[in-house]
Design a protein around this ligand. Structure first.
Ligand code: KG4
Ligand code: ZN
Length: 333
């Protein structure tokens, strides 16, 4: 039997999970509401909140899995990419736990873990598959050849898709994170109410900074004519912005699928919780005869279950690291 404790602390969620023989038994997430009023994650506040939350979160994960800390066989933790101060909390905790219990330590790449969340539930994708990983910090198309053998096919040259949602929310005076709210309002709006440009970027790469500027100019111009423009057209604005972000993402994914000939297509990361993206991907999958893989909502945004499942697959290969390991703010898939 293999009992893995997974620890995630790369951004603003402190999370702990127990995975027993590849099955997730608990996935506790302590979110940090403190950042909402600042319109984004404040790194120093995030580090402090991780310090407060880490022990109670791990305790709860162990309790919910109906085990004791003495049953844990290995600790997997997010090494990066992420905010260094946040990563240090999870890394230090994992090291201390592993040292105290004399059990192995496993380092996990957060971006790989988002993708490996597809190995929590059935049906699971077959290798090789393509994954569009869309979060607050990253937008990537990855060719997944094996659990830890991944090739970057394309990525954003500027803002991430999640940032495009969050920055739009800021323009619309909505709280952080903006993605979930824009998603909710978009469902009540008309996606073709406002035309927004699709950038012409070569290969399989993305760009979202031009879209952000286009949204800003559109809103500024309209508000000059009508100070209540945002309130009166909020749903249509959200639907139009979401529609454009989704089409930018899926047009590149379609191109990559055609280029590689791969038919197992997945999405991962916080933005994969977006209902417009999920539906449009299902529709596209039907059209192109893909097998489409969409994570459960709790495995889209940051969580430790994805760290624990990734840790389990490294445990099977006995891929451990020493106590001299350090977190990395930047890491490639
Ligand atoms: O993966 P994640 O939890 O953290 C990072 O690793 O960045 O992703 C967070 C991002 C935020 O930008 C948030 O606005 C976005 O995911 N997000 C959404 C939705 N839920 C979360 N974006 C669009 N629609 C959603 N439903
Ligand atoms: Zn993430």
């Amino acid at each position: 039997m293999a009992v893995i404790l997974g620890i995630e602390s790369s951004c603003d969620e402190t999370s702990a999970s127990i995975c027993i023989d590849g099955e997730i038994r608990s996935n506790i997430i302590a979110s940090q509401a403190i950042h909402a009023k600042y319109g984004g994650v404040v790194p120093e506040l995030a580090s402090r909140a991780h310090q407060q939350n880490i022990i109670p979160t791990v305790d709860q994960a162990i309790q919910q899995a109906k085990i004791t800390k003495n049953d844990v066989d290995a600790v997997a933790f997010t090494r990066g990419p992420g905010l260094l101060g946040s990563l240090l909390v999870g890394t230090s905790f994992a090291k201390a736990f592993a040292l105290a219990r004399q059990i192995p330590l496993i380092e996990i790449n957060h971006m790989q873990a988002h993708i490996l969340a597809h190995f929590i539930d059935n049906p699971k994708p077959d290798f090789p598959f393509l994954c569009l990983t869309v979060s607050g910090g990253h937008t990537q198309i990855v060719l997944v050849k094996d659990y830890f053998d991944m090739q970057l096919v394309g990525e954003t040259l500027d803002d991430a898709a999640g940032e495009a949602f969050d920055k739009t929310a800021k323009i619309l005076n909505l709280p952080y994170p903006g993605g979930p709210l824009i998603d909710k309002y978009a469902q009540m709006g008309n996606p073709t109410a406002f035309a927004l440009p699709e950038p012409q970027i070569p290969d399989f790469n993305f760009s979202f900074s031009g879209l952000k500027t286009a949204i800003l100019y559109l809103i500024q111009g309209k508000v000059k004519e009508n100070p209540n423009f945002i309130e009166e057209h909020l749903y249509d604005i959200c639907a139009s912005v979401q529609y454009r972000i989704v089409t930018i993402l899926l047009n590149k994914l379609k191109k990559a699928a055609k280029h590689t000939g791969v038919k197992d297509i997945a999405i991962a990361g916080g933005v994969s919780a977006n209902s417009g993206l999920r539906q449009a991907l299902l529709d596209m999958g039907e059209q192109y005869k893909w097998r489409v893989f969409i994570p459960k909502f709790e495995y889209c945004t940051d969580n430790a279950a994805m760290i624990a499942i990734a840790g389990y697959h490294k445990y099977l290969k006995q891929e451990f690291v020493g106590q001299d390991i350090a977190p990395l703010a930047r890491m490639h898939v």
